[in-house]
Design a protein around this ligand. Structure first.
Ligand code: ZN
Ligand code: ZN
Length: 281
């Protein structure tokens, strides 16, 4: 069997939290968003249904909390049909081994993200030298070695459909990582953007009490390809989302979203791309 799962060798708990930690929000009747320390996970699927999925898998050591949040919403012993990943960074797969073991469910990710989920490729080292305040400096601690969930992870379908998320399609949004994807539903224009862009000010990302809202580019210390990241944000803006849930920060809708996203697209070079850092040029 190829089911020997493991976290990366540099896997560890990160002592960061924010005021939103442990808080869940019903964004839509079928979309629930919950903050684990500083990262968001989502549950997609009506509350009465047992046909639901988990999107992203939280921070290291958060499995119990994610299981509890899931059972609070769907009932004791309920489990998702699958775990769907926007990308494989440590803060989005932090509890995935325990969750796979507990629920025995498949994981879906973009084909280009799979090497980072099967122990074959490490993410680039976080860049503590990048412009971005305290959090960038402390990002050197962040795990970047690949996890290994070979035998449990599958590529998202080539037709852009998303398993167990009818009406959604996945959109390839590389830059932050090579196989980063976002999920979009045309009917109500809801967008789950992962870290393609975020809704919290970069400098405030890991501040405990201030999660200042600002539509910002992808987290700087972990973004190696700014050209692709810029194109991805433009592509998402063209979809004209009406509600967005991102990997970090609160859900945003309406004018705050429209204006903020336009501002980000129009000024990407100056506001998103850092002035200095090792992944520039
Ligand atoms: Zn990320
Ligand atoms: Zn993230």
């Amino acid at each position: 069997m190829d089911n020997e799962m493991s976290y990366g060798e540099d896997y560890k708990a990160i002592p960061a939290t924010s005021i939103g930690s442990g808080v869940g929000v019903s964004v839509l009747p079928d979309l629930f968003c919950y903050t684990v320390q500083i990262v968001n996970v989502c549950l997609f699927g009506d509350e009465e249904s047992n046909d639901f999925v988990l999107i992203d898998a939280g921070m290291p050591n958060s499995a119990e909390e994610i299981i509890k949040m899931t059972e609070d919403r769907y009932g004791v012993n309920s489990r998702p049909r699958a775990i769907i990943l926007t990308h494989g960074h440590f803060d989005h797969v932090g509890a995935i081994l325990e969750l796979i073991n507990y629920w025995d469910v498949p994981v879906y990710a973009h084909e280009l993200e799979i090497p980072y989920l099967t122990g074959k490729k490490s993410y680039p080292e976080p860049d503590p030298s990048v412009e971005g305040g305290l959090i960038a400096k402390f990002s050197g601690l962040f795990p970047n070695e690949p996890i290994n969930i070979t035998g449990h992870v599958k590529a998202l379908p080539e037709d852009n459909s998303v398993p167990h998320m009818p009406g959604f399609r996945w959109v390839h949004t590389p830059g932050h990582t090579a196989g980063h994807v976002s999920f979009f539903r045309g009917k109500d224009k809801v967008l789950i953007a992962g870290d393609a862009f975020i809704t919290v000010k970069q400098d405030a990302l890991y501040k405990v009490f201030t999660q200042e809202l600002e539509i910002s580019g992808p987290p700087r210390y972990l973004t190696p390809d700014w050209k692709a990241a810029q194109k991805s944000v433009e592509q998402l803006a063209k979809l004209k989302p009406s509600i967005v849930v991102t990997g970090h920060g609160q859900p945003v809708s309406g004018e705050e979203l429209t204006k903020g996203l336009k501002k980000l697209v129009d000024n990407f070079e100056t506001v998103a791309i850092p002035d200095y850092g090792k992944y520039l040029n």
